[in-house]
Ligand binder design. Structure first.
Ligand SMILES: [Zn+2]
Length: 420
């Protein structure tokens, strides 16, 4: 599989999907179309023509017209492709109200997914169905799952939304209730020894299954009751596996049911893994700042300067940065300059430009020519300079510190910055 998704790619995909998620139709008239690789364009067009015919039964005139118009648009877009791209194709199209009633505008989004989509879906709804694309941007690394209680152990892998049960073993240990005539102490002793044997065997299976998996990102241990903690603490696991344990989770069951429970909780578990990563990155920055090594800098102006001279090793940007970079242009002489501001300040700012003279020609002809998220703008600079970009959430203490104490923009440097 491909390289690890960067936090920047995740951020960008998430943003597009957020835009799509915010779109709502007047009625059930927004089309979502997922075409997996290998399908014929002609076959899809035939299906859409058929849907166009069916849509003539829709009672509401406006909805009928919007649905049929959308279908025609989708067909037009499809005709631009000779064949379905190798990762498949996703098209969203529909009339989106821009304000009050009657303000609908037909919007079309064509997305070639970054990875193969293996789903065929045609749906007409009041919203766009983006959940299958969301699945794509989920964590793609492999996680190992060990579910254990005193009677059995289940081994599984989780990759995105896919889970695979790899193996299951049973302990053969009878329940806690001893047979009549047996002494309680003797029963306990025997049971304890058998559990230890089972733990050893369970750990051997874990080694056999998980050690060969390259890039195993983490291991989640689960199961009902306290057995899983005893197993984890008992030192049965190979150290290479033990250091990969990222969570110990309560589940009601072992077996497939239990693995499904883990899958349900996995977004949260994996988010926590990312938080640990984020904290480490910010702590590295804080160390450089705190020890005055000269290998870190912060604030938009300083970081921009470091980026421009190629000094930045890692650029840290707070996800909560609601700042934009505005390009102001004089429509009389063409003079341009930039300003950075909060997104909420943009309206007031553009109004204030009306009676402001151009710094070059003096005419009152300044206007906002472009606005761009500062995150996108700085990230592009960093990519051009070959710097790593880390988008840091505000969810951790370190993330808050980056945002509040350092303005949400910081950099770890390759070399010391020259004094100026
Ligand atoms: Zn001017």
């Amino acid at each position: 599989m491909g390289a690890k998704r960067t936090s920047l790619e995740m951020y960008r995909l998430k943003k597009v999907l957020d835009v799509l998620a915010s779109k709502e139709g007047r009625g059930t008239e927004l089309i979502s179309l997922y075409i997996p690789p290998g399908r014929q364009i002609s076959e899809i067009i035939a299906m859409l023509r058929n849907e166009w015919g069916t849509a003539s039964n829709i009672k509401s005139t406006t909805t009928r017209k919007n649905v049929q118009d959308a279908i025609v648009r989708v067909i037009q877009r499809l005709k631009l492709f000779n064949k379905v791209p190798e990762n498949g194709l996703v098209i969203f199209c529909g009339a989106i109200p821009q304000g009050g009633p009657g303000t609908e505008k037909m919007e079309t989004y064509v997305i070639v997914p970054p990875e193969p989509i293996n789903i065929y879906l045609y749906r007409c709804d009041s919203r766009f169905h983006i959940e299958h694309l969301r699945d794509l941007i989920r964590e793609k690394e492999t996680y190992g799952v060990i579910l254990i209680d005193s009677s059995e152990a289940t081994y599984a892998t989780i990759r995105g939304r896919r889970l695979e049960i790899v193996d299951e073993i049973t302990s053969g240990i009878p329940g806690k209730h001893r047979a009549g005539g047996q002494s309680a102490r003797r029963f306990e002793r025997i049971r304890e020894a058998r559990i230890q044997e089972f733990f050893k065997r369970a750990a051997e299976y874990a080694e056999k299954i998980f050690l060969p998996i390259e890039d195993l990102k983490g291991i989640i241990i689960g199961g009902p009751g306290p057995t899983k903690y005893e197993f984890e603490k008992g030192g049965y696991l190979d150290y290479r596996l033990k250091e990969k344990v990222i969570a110990i989770v309560d589940t009601a069951y072992t077996g497939e049911q239990g693995v499904k429970e883990i899958l349900e909780k996995s977004p949260e578990i994996m988010r926590n893994v990312r938080y640990v990563e984020e904290r480490r990155i910010v702590q590295k920055f804080l160390y450089e700042i705190g020890h005055d090594t000269g290998l870190a800098t912060y604030g938009e102006r300083e970081v921009r300067r470091a980026l421009e001279v190629g000094l930045v090793d890692t650029l840290l940007l707070s996800e909560a940065l609601e700042t934009i970079r505005v390009t102001i242009k004089c429509s009389s002489c063409g003079y341009t300059y930039h300003e950075t501001m909060k997104r909420t300040e943009l309206l007031g700012f553009s109004q204030s430009l009306v009676d402001k003279p151009c710094p070059k020609c003096g005419m009152q002809a300044l206007e906002v020519a472009e606005e761009k998220d500062l995150i996108d703008e700085l990230a592009e600079l960093a990519e051009a300079a070959g710097s790593r970009v880390e988008i840091i959430s505000p969810e951790t203490e370190e993330g808050q510190m980056l945002l509040k104490s350092f303005g949400g923009i910081a950099a770890i440097l390759r070399y010391k910055m020259e004094q100026h």
